[in-house]
Design a protein around this ligand. Sequence first.
Ligand code: GGG
Length: 354
Amino acid sequence: MGIKKNILVIPGDGIGPEVTTWGKAILEQIAADFGHDFTFDEALMGHAAIEATGNPLPDETLEKAKKSDAILFGAVGHAMYDNDPSLKIRPEQGLLKIRKELGLYANLRPILLFDELLNASSIKPSILKGTDILFFRELTGDVYFGEKVRSEDRNTASDLMIYHRYEVERIAHKAFEAAMQRGKKLCSVDKANVLESSRLWRETVQAIAKEYPEVTTEHMFIDNAAMQLIKDPKRFDVVLTANLFGDILTDEASQIAGSMGMLASASIGDGTGFFEPIHGSAHDITGKDLANPLASILSVALMLEIGFGLKEEAKVIITAVDKALKEGFRTNDIADETTNPYKVLGTKEMGKLL
Ligand code: GGG
């Protein structure tokens, strides 16, 4: 029987609107094919919201988000803020605030490697083949939310790296539960040889690990993890890490999957789930029909599976992506001339194909 869901679409900035159009189109197609009743609303966030209202997360957006069953988000950011660090109101503040307000503390980032893209990576296919990693990036703590200070003379600055035990406990439970459903291996990544917040992280994960004796747990320093990810990605199953480390490590891991344009994410916590590609607003390619819509489309698969429990529908999307890749269709970011047949599509053509 079909289900009824109200989905809020927040396209955001840069290539966000271009890719989110196709994520939404897939949701409409799935609803038609499986008899679901998906209704959509739209809201502003990021630079688009600052331009319209002066606020990167307008109250109206937050209210709509709280009322919705799931959120499909694109990206935030604009080059003008990167070039002027003194600007106080910034697009990213909208994204951080909505994560905090919705209690979205666990960001799941699966490194889903399609065999057809083995050659799109700069890492050797023999090292990559068989890689299947699920990252749990903590999302509502760390330097992102700790106190930020700039001295009066503007010559000194600090960002407080802060974690509370309960924040580590709740995401650790989610990660261990996922490990139980997968390869029963969990690697917790920190910098406990240097950082006190990482020592709290490690002792908390060690305590939680005792509740999951079937899971083999290891602890790794972030610098080593960054190296192992490229050297031997297959050694990882579930990776649990903090906000900043997770942000950096998953951008690195996107090269295993071939491109940032291939990685989807699901942010979950106390209520409404939030689904977005891991990539940002990519101003260099905005409006050029070059963006890869697959990360948005795969984020929809996560919404269906994790948000709504619709596993079959999610599988249909992953199979369709796999088929398009097997037939040789590529966007520019995953193009690799060794593929035969081989056709490079724009954002719109790839979106329509799916
Ligand atoms: N779709 C992800 C996105 O828009 N990222 C831009 C960004 O600034 N994110 C902040 C963060 O997740 O660390």
